[in-house]
Write a protein that binds this ligand. Sequence first.
Ligand code: SAM
Length: 263
Amino acid sequence: MTAYTHGHHDSVLRSHRWRTAQNSAGYLLPHLRPTDRLLDVGAGPGTITADLTGLVAHVTATEIGPGELDLTRSTLVERDAAVELVVADVHDLPFDDATFDVTHAHQVLQHVSDPVQALREMARVTKPGGIVAVRDSDYTGFTWRPRLPALDHWLDLYRAAARANGGEPDAGRRLLAWAHAAGLEDVTASSSTWCYATPDERTWWAGMWAERIVSSAIAQQLTESGSATPAELQEISEAWAAWGADPDGWFSVLHGELLCRVR
Ligand SMILES: C[S@@+](CC[C@H](N)C(=O)[O-])C[C@H]1O[C@@H](n2cnc3c(N)ncnc32)[C@H](O)[C@@H]1O
């Protein structure tokens, strides 16, 4: 079982709650039909899920455990979005073959132990002619300015921690190969980015990471494994604050994305 590197600390959820269908599933939106039955795997805080309910007929959302699903539920209740909620592991989905028109997973495959099996399962529960849609970031593809050494250290530590947990932080570039290995042949690959370059975006992104690197699950993992000392993490946190305060600060987050037509 893969550990989920980010955990569910409030500093993590703050980042995930910023997500919308528009800024995170733009590649999928033109393909959605009002009659579709959609599955959102690993819905997390559920903001993308809530947006999707306005675009299709029926949405089912899954999370890995009941506690995680409660987080999804709280957003959906807040947003008054009707969604069926199910605890499920993407490696073994509790749905019949050919149940959904669209099966979607945003930033999930990078965290799972067997992304090829995950894609096989997503394809199995999707109707022939339906779509499997996945999007994952690619950490080595992140780029930013100013290039503070402590932020290079942050990236090295994050990538090592994600791999130690059985995940793949550079998932974006691997999605196409994983889909082919899962037997998916009709696949359209693309990439897109998030860019943080306004004062508000810098304050939010830097503030979130400044806290996350000293207070969330990854901080505990890095110190307990001896990969970093609390002082090193504090230095990274301060570098994030410095980046956030720089009026020239610019950050780009690369993602790979796939639309797979199921046969
Ligand atoms: C980075 S979050 C993405 C949440 C949401 N899709 C979004 O983009 O806002 C990844 C989610 O995948 C879930 N997850 C991790 N391993 C999973 C697995 N094996 N099966 C299903 N979900 C999993 C985690 O609990 C977490 O909520």
